[in-house]
Design a protein around this ligand. Structure first.
Ligand code: AKG
Ligand code: FE2
Length: 329
């Protein structure tokens, strides 16, 4: 695994390996997650046609006139799915920073169905709320759902790697993610003909809320940065043929901060570019089952160490974080 610049983990190698090699590769992942929790995953097996389909669906949507995009808009501030237009979110608010809104727009979708037996009113009103689909955009929903499903499957495979990395049974996380409440977000960071306000970024500094995020930044694009253990902002390059993975807050909670949910942001294009560079990306936020209690895993505690955090429930934790970032009505 090349480590000098940005670590790349070959998932197909891990999955083909025997127990000993898996444990060794797991050790590499453990080291990355203790340091930044950001790595690229190659050998993922997601068909290129599914990725291409998602990119063209997202392009087609963001290129629609504003009023056509508004047709798919979330019905009220705090509704998680559909189109979130400019000025609707400031991610840094999830960290208590009061910044101007992020310079972006997004389309968001939730789980592809409601599992039998889910009757929690908050779950039904929030993460199982219907996605508001754009009208008359041929093939959009099919392309979206194919990519969503591919990301859900990939996330479950990466959670197996995480279990090995933590020296747990490979299936340790399986029962916690069998009714996941993950969300897929397509992002468009438009050109910036007008200079941003002070403190205004494409995406303000934040950590992700869930178990893991699968990012797909547009090929050749820049702007994503992570706050390293050396306390400097470092760019994360798009890696051709790979996804960028990062762990979220729940992984830090599960491991009592042995693994870090690293602060990251998307910065503005250089002012001397005239603000002409547009950027797009996909972010799949993998999130354990709504009712799943996330508490420190006992084997992550050193002898004599106490859990740092009270347990949280996956769904309510996500809902609280999401709502904190939304501009009040
Ligand atoms: O667009 C990106 O590359 C990252 C976006 C991000 O970090 C987020 O939406 O949580
Ligand atoms: Fe993020």
């Amino acid at each position: 695994m090349p480590r000098a610049d940005f670590p790349i983990f070959d998932l197909s190698r891990f999955e083909a390996a025997g127990t000993e090699e898996r444990a060794w590769l797991g050790g590499e992942v453990d080291a990355i997650c203790r340091s930044t929790g950001f790595l690229a995953v190659s050998g993922h097996g997601v068909p290129q046609a599914i990725i291409d389909g998602a990119w063209s669906a997202a392009h087609d949507f963001f290129d629609l006139p504003a009023e056509r995009k508004q047709q798919a808009k979330a019905p009220y501030p705090g509704y998680p799915y559909g189109y979130l237009g400019p000025d609707s979110e400031a991610l840094a608010r999830s960290k208590g920073e009061d910044t101007p809104p992020d310079l972006k727009e997004s389309f968001n979708g939730g789980p592809l169905g409601v599992p039998e037996g889910v009757d929690d009113p908050d779950a039904l009103a929030f993460c199982y709320a219907p996605t508001i689909w754009p009208d008359a955009l041929a093939g959009f929903r099919d392309a979206w759902e194919a990519y969503y499903q591919a990301m859900e499957d990939l996330a479950a495979r990466i959670m197996r790697v995480f279990a090995v990395a933590l020296k747990l049974d490979e299936d340790f996380f399986a029962p916690t993610i069998d009714k996941p409440i993950s969300a897929l977000r397509a992002l468009n960071y438009p050109q910036q003909p007008v200079p941003p306000k002070p403190g205004q970024l494409r995406a303000g500094a934040h950590t992700d809320y869930g178990s893991l995020t699968i990012l797909l930044p547009q090929a050749g694009s820049g702007g994503l940065e992570i706050f390293t253990p050396e306390k400097v902002w470092r760019p994360v390059p798009p890696v051709p043929g790979a996804f960028v993975i990062n762990i979220g807050d729940l992984m830090a909670l599960w491991t009592n901060d042995r693994w870090v949910s690293t602060l990251h942001r998307v910065v503005n294009p250089a002012a001397d570019s005239g603000g002409t560079s547009r950027r797009q990306s996909f972010a799949f936020f993998h999130q354990p089952n709504w009712h799943q209690e996330i508490a420190c895993i006992p084997s992550c505690l050193a002898p004599g160490e106490q859990p740092k955090y009270a347990p949280v429930r996956s769904g309510p934790y996500l809902m609280g974080k999401f709502r904190s970032t939304v501009k009040a009505a």
